[in-house]
Design a protein around this ligand. Structure first.
Ligand code: ZN
Length: 363
């Protein structure tokens, strides 16, 4: 069950892409129905999550969303929602505003494209956004482990890659990669968060690629402090995305605190502004107990903690707000935005029924 939930979390859906595409192509024609669904199901703040907007794909973060699709999606969002920054959402909810039909646009990871591609389009469309930045990658000081893994996966022949994965598994006594698993999936499921840097560095070395520092200087994948300050000056809002982008549900409390507070403190002091919201990488929330302790002990520094996908609805508590990832296909994004409310209500009902049956020892 954990693996199925993780797959849904990572891949976004368990349905075959072809079926979804066909459904979406048909659904996008029913504008009236979409509008009704938006009105019925989206009474609280919605947040959408992007990563990279770019017309050519990169080796370290595929798949990207093209500028045409992004612009089309932003126009759709503008027509159906009031777009506000996360900062404004927090201020308004404090004043008792229920944020009916409000929506925040967010991006994760702090890619340089936030500055060069995403923000200029948003500015042309006269809307704002919040950019969540992985603080150790700031100024291209480090290559994030997932970007290392994706780059290696895209650069190597499958047979060579598979033999390297097996070698790594033997060297570090990891679970052997099963026949169908790709490197990215294997790293998600079987690498410990404490060893992710070491494992991805070792794999990079085995692959015989140029040194990471050289690769970073050449490719400059992430935002610089100067670019972020300019974004802030132009009305965009910045949030934290941890220091090293771990699955936060697999950390000890001390590690979680270091990732969350460490990135908030680093960004706040570097940017000389109050960075007080964080989006969990992969949307992976820590246990309820750990999260509550974090909020209790550091409420002065943290005003919002955001996940992905699972919230039934984003009500009054900004520590429990979740976001929707945006698909790279326009029709699919319209379908997702329209039906997600119903899907979550159904999942909640099924979850409750399941819990009742489970407790009654029927299933
Ligand atoms: Zn991320």
């Amino acid at each position: 069950m954990y693996h199925i939930m993780k797959l849904i979390q990572i891949k976004g859906s368990v349905y075959p892409d072809g079926a979804i595409m066909k459904m979406a192509e048909y659904f996008v024609k029913f504008r009236g129905l979409q509008s009704v669904l938006h009105k019925i199901h989206h009474r609280n703040i919605r947040m959408v999550c992007y990563h990279m907007v770019k017309d050519v794909s990169t080796s370290y973060y595929p798949p990207n969303i093209t500028t045409d699709v992004f612009r089309e999606q932003i126009r759709y969002l503008k027509n159906n929602y009031e777009i506000i920054s996360v900062k404004e959402a927090l201020e308004r909810i404090k004043q008792g505003d229920k944020l009916h039909r409000a929506l925040s646009i967010t991006t994760d990871d702090g890619f340089a494209e936030d500055y060069s591609v995403t923000a200029p389009i948003l500015a042309e469309e006269k809307v704002t956004a919040t950019f969540f930045v992985t603080s150790n990658c700031l100024d291209n000081k480090q290559l994030m482990w997932r970007n290392k893994v994706m780059h290696i996966q895209n650069k190597l022949e499958p047979a060579k890659l598979y033999s390297m994965m097996n070698r790594l598994a033997r060297e570090f006594r990891l679970a052997a990669p099963a026949g169908t698993k790709d490197l990215l999936t294997w790293s998600y499921f079987d690498w410990s968060m404490q060893h992710k840097e070491m494992l991805s560095d070792r794999l990079w070395e085995m692959a015989g690629l140029e040194p990471i520092s050289e690769w970073l200087t050449e490719n400059r994948p992430y935002l610089t402090v100067g670019q972020i300050k300019e974004l802030q000056h132009n009305g965009f809002h910045i949030g934290a995305h941890t220091k090293t982008h771990p699955f936060c549900d697999r950390l000890s409390y001390a590690e979680l605190k270091e990732e969350v507070l460490g990135s908030i403190d680093h960004l706040s002091s570097t940017l000389q502004s109050n960075i007080d919201v964080l989006a969990y990488p992969f949307g992976a929330r820590p246990t309820h107990e750990m999260e509550q302790r974090l909020i209790r002990e550091h409420a002065d520094k943290i005003s919002g903690l955001f996940g992905l996908q699972y919230s039934i609805s984003n009500k009054r508590n900004p520590y429990a707000w979740d976001r929707d990832t945006m698909p790279a296909n326009y029709n699919q994004s319209v379908l997702k935005l329209s039906v997600m409310g119903i899907k979550r209500k159904l999942l909640k009902t099924i979850g409750m029924l399941h819990a009742v049956f489970f407790v009654a020892n029927i299933v």
